[in-house]
Design a protein around this ligand. Structure first.
Ligand code: ZN
Ligand code: MN
Length: 514
């Protein structure tokens, strides 16, 4: 964002009169995504996480003189794939630049990055909120460029003031830095952007997006536009570094919005009148705190890397990479809503779990739909069962849908039996539990539970017994207290767990004479 904007003088009383309605939050994000390659961006060292310190290094990534970097083609392909999924223009010509700065975990003294010819140009990502807290909007992406990661400084936190150690395993790991325009207008929108971005990256398989392991790191540029008597005043931009969870990003941006307004109301300093600040998120105290001052781009003295040639990618090559994108979450959302009549919220529950769960859901819903079981809304029934039963199990066991012991068709068949009235939902859950816990197929589970059809005579005599034994409840029902019948259903279930509550209810009302 430009800092040349003219500062606007304001008086204390003008500032005091500003309310929340006069304030617009302006947020842009920079997201560093670790691309899922076997080896580093310019050498053959492994990128596997968790190895002993400095065991995954070589003369290239430790910056020994006389070594030459070689581009990892897989990283380039994953970057292009990501760019395509984010609707970016892909550059046919891209080059490498050195970003010069000194830091102990950067042995070369420069980072190989892309300055003026990034691999991915302008694009956009659409965010939506199924709960309706903000409007569906396309957030513009300015660019996405490839660069190498730095190493890690391991500071002594014991208080013994031991020297800082350096681990260079991560040095040279391929990162794609995705930069948005300052398009986000609330902390919730920023979180939604990150959530959707992560979902897309996971769907197309370019990154594991593991935030604990640093595979997805986020910085936010935050300031306020304030309407003072019809004039726009901007507060100095603050960069919040290393937001390492979506929750941290949301909280830090929300905190910064409040802090900037508070400070501006006191000192009235606008953009250009106070230095640009870099702040960090203090999780323990839930506030941002100042860190080192931000360097302007000029301080890095970018220049083209003389050791690397430019990369030329043809349109055919780009198209071939695009063809490897199987599913995007946005397309699957449309599919689920159109093909199964799901509402936005239920759709999100399924789609947010990844392509595997979507496929599982579809097999359940398809089975139920094709069986002509009479289920009124097979799509909704299937989503209820997948969301409540299947996802709960996957959560509890922390496993993937591929590990779920019951296939989509089997679950579909179970739902068919329920909608045909063989047994009710509650019994159905018992059946599913048998199938999951004892690896039984549907019929074996039904047999094990002793579920069998209850014939009409049995139902009739059971209802008569309930009527004879519960005169007070019957009286309430006659008086129009419809809910009273619930207690009789409970009793009926105890007498015979195989009864279908709806059938019992129908019969009871008939026999009472209502
Ligand atoms: Zn190396
Ligand atoms: Mn970067």
């Amino acid at each position: 964002m430009s800092q040349t904007q003219e500062a606007t003088e304001t008086t204390q009383s003008q500032r005091d009169a500003v309310t929340d309605a006069d304030v617009t939050l302006i947020v842009g994000l920079e997201v560093h995504v670790q691309l899922d390659t076997q080896s580093k961006l310019f050498c053959n060292c492994s990128t596997a996480y968790g190895a002993d310190a400095n065991t995954q290094t070589c003369p290239v990534c430790t910056g020994m003189p006389g070594t030459l970097p070689v581009i990892n083609e897989q990283a380039l392909k994953l970057a292009i794939k990501t760019g395509l999924a984010l609707n970016c223009e892909i550059a046919n010509y891209t080059k490498w630049d050195r970003k010069n700065y000194f830091y102990p975990d950067l042995p070369k003294g420069y980072q190989i990055s892309q300055f003026d010819k990034p691999i991915c140009g302008a694009g956009h990502l659409t965010i939506a909120d199924p709960k309706g807290a903000f409007e569906t909007r396309a957030i513009q992406i300015e660019r996405a460029h490839l660069e190498e990661d730095a190493g890690k400084s391991i500071h002594d936190e014991s208080g013994a003031k031991k020297p800082t150690k350096i681990d260079l395993n991560r040095t040279g790991t391929p990162l794609l830095e995705i930069v948005t325009k300052p398009d986000l207008r609330s902390a919730e929108e920023a979180k939604a952007f990150l959530t959707e971005l992560k979902l897309i990256l996971t769907y197309i398989g370019v990154s594991d997006c593991n935030m604990q392991e640093g595979s997805l790191r986020c910085d936010g540029n935050v300031n306020l536009h304030i309407n003072v008597d019809g004039q726009k005043v901007a507060t100095p931009i603050v960069e919040i570094k290393n937001l390492n969870s979506f929750r941290a990003a949301e909280r830090a941006i929300g905190y910064e919005a409040e802090r900037q307004l508070r400070v501006w109301k006191k000192d009235g300093l606008g953009i250009g009148e106070a230095p640009k600040q870099t702040r960090g998120w203090d999780v323990a105290n839930q506030k941002t705190t100042p860190s080192r001052e931000k360097e302007g781009a000029a301080d890095y003295r970018y220049f083209p890397d003389p050791d690397l040639i430019a990369v030329v990618t043809t349109d055919q090559e780009i198209a071939a990479i695009g063809a490897t994108i199987a599913h995007l979450p946005s397309a699957l959302r449309t599919d689920l809503m159109e093909n199964y009549g799901l509402e936005a919220y239920d759709t999100e529950v399924i789609v947010s779990q990844g392509a595997g769960v979507v496929a599982y859901y579809e097999s359940v819903a398809d089975f139920l739909t094709k069986s002509a079981s009479g289920s009124k809304s097979p799509g909704k029934t299937a989503s209820n069962w997948v969301a409540q039963e299947v996802l709960r199990y996957l959560n509890e066991q922390s496993c993937e849908v591929g590990d779920y012991p019951v296939s989509g068709e089997q679950l579909g068949e179970l739902l068919v039996r329920i909608s045909k009235g063989d047994f009710d939902q509650t019994r159905g859950k018992d059946v599913l539990a048998q199938m999951v816990e004892n690896a039984l197929d549907l019929d074996a589970a039904i047999e094990k539970l002793g579920i069998k059809a209850v014939d009409a005579n049995e139902i009739q005599s059971l209802c008569q017994q309930l009527i004879d034994e519960n005169p007070a409840v019957i009286e309430q029902i006659r008086e129009g207290k419809g809910k009273a019948i619930g207690s009789l259903i409970g009793k009926a279930r105890k007498l015979n767990p195989n009864i279908n509550p709806n059938v019992v209810k129908e019969n009871l009302l008939k026999q009472i004479g209502i």
